[in-house]
Design a protein around this ligand. Structure first.
Ligand code: FAD
Length: 459
C-alpha cells in the first residue's frame, strides 16, 4: 500500500510542530495541516502573550515600591501599544516555527483537516484528500463556555488578548490558573476586577497554604473574590454587560470572561468514523506511547487530556516521533511535572501537596515565610512562602511549593534534583547563595511540623 505521506499531523501547535519536525528529521515525508496560525495556542493565544501581559501588569507593583528606593514615577498605560507589541512578537515566533518546519522538509497546509479513515484525511477548504501511513491528532483544546443565556456576550482567553480597549471593570468566572492569571493581568493594568468561582477557594488541587497565600495576594491587589457563586445569565445593559448570579444578585461589568476549563478539540474531527475511542471526558484515548485505539492514529498534547501544558505536549510529540520514526520506543513520564501560575504573587509547584504527601507515610514539612527583600524598604507586608515536603528524617523530597517573586524559575531548577530522587540531605549539602529567597530551600533545619501515622504533629 502506498500513501501520499508517511505522516500527516493535524494541528501545528506545541505537540504537532515538534512531532512533525522530528519525524521529518528522521527521514519521514510529513505534512502538517493547520486551520489557524502556526504555533498553536501557546504561541498565539496562550503561554507567550499571557506572560508578556503579566510582565506589563507587574509594573504596577514595581511603581508601588519605587518610591521607597528613591524613585519618583509618573506613569500611564496604553493598552493598544501592548497589543501591537504582543502581535509583533507572536508573529516573529510564528515565522520561526514555520521556518523550523520547512527546514527539514515538512509541508505546511493551511486548511482544516477531518479524519475520514485510519489512513486518510479530508481538507475542508481545499476539498481534497490526503493519505498517510500514520496520522497524528494534535488539535489541542478550546475554552469551555457555560450553557447560560447571554453566554455569547462574554469573552474567553482567546479574545482577551486583542480587546479593542481595556474595560473599566471585568468579571472573570473560574478558579483555575488561567482565571487567576487574567485576574492578575487586568487588576495590574488598572481594571476593576472580580473573580467568581463556584468552589470555596481558587486553584483546587494546589497546596492549601499556597491557595490561601495567593488568595490574600490577589485581594491585596484589589481583586474581589466571589466564592460558591456562578453566573446564571448575561444581558446587555447599555455599554455594559449585566450578570445575574446564583445568589439572586445582579451587577453590571464592562466585560465578562469565562475561564471555566478547556475542552479537547475532537468535535467534527471524524474520529468516530475512523473508530478512535474517546475517554469519558471527551479526550482521545491513548496508551503510554500516544497510540490511539486505531493503530495507525496517534494523538499528543491537550487533545489527549493528560496534562494540558506546552512542555508536556512537546515531549509527547518528540517521543511519538522517536517511537514511530526512529525505532526508539519512548513513553513520557507524567509523574513529576513542574508547573507555575504566573499570578501576582507568582506560584511554582512540583510534586505532592502536603495533604497528598501525608497519605503516603510519615513526612516532615519545612515552611519559611518572610517579606521578600524587595519589599523591606516599603510598607508592603506581603510574605513569600516556601514549603519543602520530605519523607521523615532527611528522606526523599516529595514536594516543593513556592509563592512569591521568581517562584517559577526556582521550581524549574528544583525539578532537576527531584527528578534524580534527591533527599533532604542532598538539598542540605548545597551551599546557600546569599542574599536570595531560594537559599531557604537549602538552609531548613528542624521541620516546622511533621505528620506521623497521618496525624499532624507540631506547627
Ligand atoms: C491562556 C492560556 C495560557 C496558557 N499558559 C500556559 C503556560 O504558561 N504554560 C504552559 O505550559 N501551558 C500553558 N497553556 C497551555 C498550552 O498552551 C497548551 O497546553 C499547549 O498549547 C498544547 O499544545 P497542543 O499542541 O496540544 O495544542 P495547541 O497548541 O492548541 O495546537 C493545536 C492546533 O491545532 C489546530 N487545529 C485544531 N483542529 C484542527 C483541524 N481540524 N484542522 C487543522 N488544524 C486544527 C488549532 O488551530 C491549533 O493551532 C496555556 C493555555 C492558555 C489557553
Amino acid at each position: 500500500m502506498t500513501y501520499d505521506y508517511d505522516l500527516v499531523v493535524i494541528g501545528a501547535g506545541s505537540g504537532g510542530v515538534r512531532a512533525a519536525r522530528m519525524a521529518a528529521t528522521y527521514g519521514a515525508k510529513v505534512a502538517i495541516v493547520e486551520e489557524f496560525r502556526v504555533g498553536g495556542t501557546c504561541v498565539i493565544r496562550g503561554c507567550v502573550p499571557k506572560k508578556l501581559y503579566v510582565y506589563a501588569s507587574r509594573f504596577k507593583d514595581l511603581f508601588d515600591v519605587a518610591g521607597s528606593f528613591g524613585w519618583q514615577v509618573g506613569a500611564s498605560f496604553d493598552w493598544l501599544t501592548l497589543v501591537a507589541a504582543k502581535e509583533k512578537e507572536i508573529t516573529r515566533l510564528e515565522n520561526g516555527y514555520t521556518a523550523n518546519l520547512e527546514k527539514p522538509g515538512v509541508e505546511i497546509i493551511k486548511d482544516r483537516a477531518v479524519v475520514t479513515g485510519p489512513n486518510s484525511v479530508h481538507l475542508v477548504r481545499g476539498d481534497r484528500d490526503l493519505s498517510a501511513k500514520y496520522l497524528l491528532i494534535a488539535t489541542g483544546a478550546h475554552p469551555n463556555i457555560p450553557h447560560i443565556p447571554g453566554a455569547e456576550l462574554a469573552i474567553t482567553s482567546n479574545e482577551a488578548f486583542d480587546l479593542p480597549e481595556l474595560p473599566h471593570s471585568i468579571l472573570i468566572e473560574g478558579g483555575g490558573y488561567i482565571a487567576v492569571e487574567f485576574a492578575t493581568i487586568f487588576a495590574g493594568l488598572g481594571v476593576n476586577t472580580t473573580l467568581i468561582y463556584r468552589g470555596d477557594c481558587i486553584l483546587r488541587g494546589f497546596d492549601e497554604d499556597m491557595r490561601r497565600g495567593l488568595e490574600a495576594g490577589l485581594t491585596e491587589r484589589g481583586v474581589k473574590l466571589m466564592y460558591q457563586t456562578t453566573i446564571k445569565a448575561l444581558t446587555r445593559a447599555g455599554d455594559d454587560i449585566s450578570a445575574s448570579f446564583s445568589d439572586g444578585v445582579t451587577a453590571p461589568y464592562g466585560a465578562v470572561m469565562f475561564a471555566t476549563g478547556r475542552v479537547p478539540n475532537v468535535h467534527g474531527l471524524g474520529l468516530d468514523k475512523a473508530g478512535v475511542e474517546l475517554t469519558s471526558s471527551g479526550a482521545v484515548k491513548v496508551d503510554a506511547y500516544s497510540q490511539s485505539t486505531v493503530p495507525s492514529i496517534y494523538a499528543v498534547g491537550d487533545v489527549t487530556g493528560r496534562a494540558q501544558l506546552t512542555p508536556v505536549a512537546i515531549r509527547e510529540g518528540q517521543y511519538f516521533a522517536e517511537t514511530v520514526f526512529n525505532n526508539n520506543k519512548q513513553a513520557v513520564d507524567h509523574s513529576l511535572i513542574p508547573t507555575a501560575v504566573f499570578s501576582e504573587p507568582e506560584l511554582g509547584v512540583i510534586g505532592l501537596t502536603e495533604r497528598e504527601a501525608a497519605t503516603h507515610g510519615d513526612i516532615d514539612v519545612f515552611v519559611a515565610r518572610f517579606r521578600p527583600m524587595m519589599n523591606t524598604l516599603s510598607a508592603r507586608t506581603e510574605r513569600m512562602v516556601l514549603k519543602l515536603i520530605t519523607e521523615k528524617d532527611g528522606g526523599k523530597v516529595l514536594g516543593c511549593h513556592i509563592l512569591g517573586p521568581g517562584a517559577a524559575e526556582m521550581i524549574q531548577l528544583v525539578a532537576i534534583p527531584m527528578g534524580m530522587g534527591a533527599s533532604k540531605a542532598d538539598f542540605d549539602r548545597a551551599m546557600a547563595l546569599h542574599p536570595s529567597a531560594a537559599e531557604e530551600l537549602v538552609t531548613f533545619k528542624a521541620p516546622t511540623y511533621t505528620y506521623r501515622n497521618g496525624e499532624k504533629v507540631g506547627g
